[in-house]
Design a protein around this ligand. Structure first.
Ligand SMILES: *[C@@H]1O[C@H](CO)[C@@H](O)[C@H](O)[C@H]1NC(C)=O
Ligand SMILES: *[C@@H]1O[C@H](CO)[C@@H](O)[C@H](O)[C@H]1NC(C)=O
Length: 367
């Protein structure tokens, strides 16, 4: 009898404790602490979630735009909705205090998207061109509907943002990145320089892909699927896709790539042929021909290297190239002067005098 009474008492205690939390609306609906969110985000399975990436970029600051705990929870729970106590608690809080969750500064970054979309944009960029950053997110989501539990374990949001920062012209950057950056330009420019550089604000969004337009583009041209301007790697690489001088010349298949290699060879052949006809005059001996060929080839290699340096758009490097060219010409011109002085030295003077005498003789002969 006493045992039954004790069991009944034990069963009543939690019920009595829980009752006040549900009856007066809001009183027990405690907003989640930042520590709880940080704890959730510190687990390795949360690495691919965009809101967790944004949390780490906000750091301890809760005053930066879209950095408040409620704003981050909005992004996490309304876009990704991972099965976690954090979101259950957040939804309970929002049911009790809907106005607090919808208040200014407590909502997600406008144009924010789910983590699958961030990762799928990486997939679309890297499918076309193995650019910088692709190695940080291997096997990204191949479709926007991949559930978050199946996402690649990489920092999707920051990899996507880093790629778009270096290649803002790519169409995959229009949505959501450019849209996010332009959603509140004056404030985001000040608050998120690391996410939205000046270029993101200056660019107008063109050809915003719609849900229906994307698959249509993907079936026609593989390249335009991911980017308006195919990205480039600014270092030596072995990709079989890339721009060959003109925007329209982008080999997409292995056959086209092999063809382009022959095209480049023919270009070089023609270039060298022109160079040879311009420079060789009567060099007959094999050794001399081979030596001259080596010098000319080296000169071509160097001029190509110089051209690639110019393409880095580094102002100082370009200035140094011009300075080098100037120095070389000053030095070589002085060398020319010396040879000319030697030519016009005593021997040359005799030669000149001799020819002058010869011409006078021939003049006299004519008379
Ligand atoms: C992510 O958002 C996109 C676009 O809003 C949607 O099509 C997709 O189904 C979402 N994916 C997941 C896993 O929720
Ligand atoms: C834009 O920035 C202002 C000032 O920081 C902020 O009060 C406002 O909520 C922001 N707008 C949006 C849509 O986030």
């Amino acid at each position: 009898m006493a045992v039954v009474a004790l069991l009944a008492l034990l069963a009543l205690v939690p019920a009595a404790q829980a009752r006040p939390s549900t009856s007066p609306p809001g009183s027990a609906a405690v907003a989640l602490t930042r520590d709880a969110l940080a704890a959730f985000c510190s687990s390795s399975t949360s690495a691919s979630l965009g809101a967790c990436s944004l949390l780490s970029q906000c750091g301890t600051s809760t005053t930066k735009l879209y950095c408040s705990t409620l704003s981050l929870l909005y992004a996490l729970c309304n876009y990704d909705n991972p099965t976690t106590d954090v979101c259950t608690q957040y939804q309970t809080y929002c049911t009790a205090k809907p106005s607090a969750c919808r208040a200014d500064g407590n909502t997600a970054w406008p144009a924010w998207s789910n983590s699958t979309v961030f990762q799928n944009q990486i997939y679309r960029m890297c499918k076309v061109h193995n650019m910088e950053g692709c190695e940080k997110c291997t096997n990204p989501a191949s479709s926007p509907s991949v559930p978050i539990t199946q996402l690649a374990n990489c920092d999707s949001f920051s990899v996507y943002v880093a790629m778009c920062r270096s290649m803002p012209e790519m169409t995959v950057c229009n949505v959501p990145w450019i849209k996010m950056c332009q959603s509140n330009s004056s404030t985001t420019k000040a608050n998120f320089p690391q996410i939205c550089p000046a270029a993101a604000f200056e660019r107008s969004i063109t050809a915003t892909p719609t849900a229906s337009a994307v698959p249509a583009v993907a079936t026609t041209v593989n390249l335009d699927d991911a980017s308006g301007l195919p990205p480039m790697r600014m270092y030596f690489h072995q990709d079989t896709t890339g721009i060959l001088l003109f925007r329209a010349w982008v080999p997409c298949t292995t056959g086209a790539y092999v063809g382009s290699c022959f095209g480049v060879f023919a270009l070089s052949l023609a270039s060298s042929a022109f160079h040879l006809t311009a420079t060789t005059a009567g060099a007959r001996r094999e050794l001399l021909i081979a030596g001259r060929a080596a010098v000319v080839t080296a000169q071509i290699a160097l001029s190509y290297a110089a051209m690639l340096v110019v393409m880095s758009y580094n102002v100082v490097w370009c200035a140094m190239l011009l300075l080098g060219a100037f120095t070389a010409h000053v030095a070589l011109s002085r060398g020319d002067e010396n040879t000319r002085r030697a030519e016009w030295g005593p021997v040359a003077t005799q030669e000149r005098d001799k020819s002058a005498v010869d011409s006078r003789i021939s003049l006299a002969d004519e008379q």
